[in-house]
Design a protein. Sequence first.
Length: 116
Amino acid sequence: MIDTDKYEGHTEGPWRIVEGDSIYDENEYWLAIRSAKGFDVTELSGTTSDIGKSDWNLIADAPLLLAEVKRLHEELNAKIALITDVDEMINESWNFCITQDDWNELVNKHYGDDEE
């Protein structure tokens, strides 16, 4: 898994692409990735063949991608915890019947009352 702790303190999103002409050469482009507060996160320049529009979009979407990774980590950890609890419940109740109420209580513990 990706260690998302190394991104703590990054410039908050959303980020957007700001394009312009290079002040140095008319055959070059200039590009900035700008934060919602108007600060440049990074700047790039070069010939138009150096970097594609899809690369710009990937850089600009970095905060969204990080948020999705964190959300998926939380979801995965919740499911792992549920599976661990189910495994323990089965081991403890090997000779007993697990009721629907037992199952509902376990699911509510991990997901709340709306997911039964």
